[in-house]
Design a protein around this ligand. Sequence first.
Ligand SMILES: O=C[C@H](O)COP(=O)(O)O
Length: 249
Amino acid sequence: MQTNNRRPIVAGNWKMNGNLALIKQVEELFSDADISHVDVVVCPPFPYLGGFNDSNFALGGQNISHYESGAHTGETAVSMLKEMNCQYVILGHSERRADNNESNELVADKVELALAHKLIPLFCIGEPEDIRESGQLFDFIAAQIDAVINKVGIAAFNDIVIAYEPIWAIGTGKTASPEQAQEVHAFIRQHLAKQDSNIANQCVILYGGSVKGSNAVELFSQPDVDGGLIGGASLNPEDFLSICLAAKR
Ligand SMILES: O=C[C@H](O)COP(=O)(O)O
């Protein structure tokens, strides 16, 4: 097996949840925590980005517009996330793909824009249950990845974090088994390796979908699982911290 120096990442996606009090609780709890073995990211709703001021973790946005700026009411520009000290941005989350009809190509455009502004995309992929059951899982995942490779090239995956989130496991309490997660993560890495084995070996691949303090150690111990994208459990500061502490050392 090739050695790697992938540094684990645990990112909390608050989705459309949270408030100013939660920011305070998370900042207080994390200020005393030893999280030096992992890059921790918190992705709150846009209005709360300015509410963090004493954090020992990074900030991320939950989306950007595919436009740079202009008359696009309700949208948020990539430059605005940079100005609010974001280092990361979640792109292609399955909820946005479903609620906002985001296609693989639109997601690829956003990845390109984020990279141009030196934001690290947390690029989300994952299959609905019927796709898995009909045996099309790997083709489906490959098409999501290929849309981005076709747009930005394989070398860009030096600066892209992939988050594999099976849609049937998101917010359902039905976590993928560690073996199911590992199987898909290994496939993703092999798929990237067809173009560049070094980039495949270094690319950080997160698992998301009902990760909790109680299942994180087992999931994160899988060889190709480099951390997690955490939804519901990131709203509970203690649980989120225990997930961060479960990241590989
Ligand atoms: O972005 C996070 C994922 O959608 C996972 O959400 P969840 O942990 O609530 O299942």
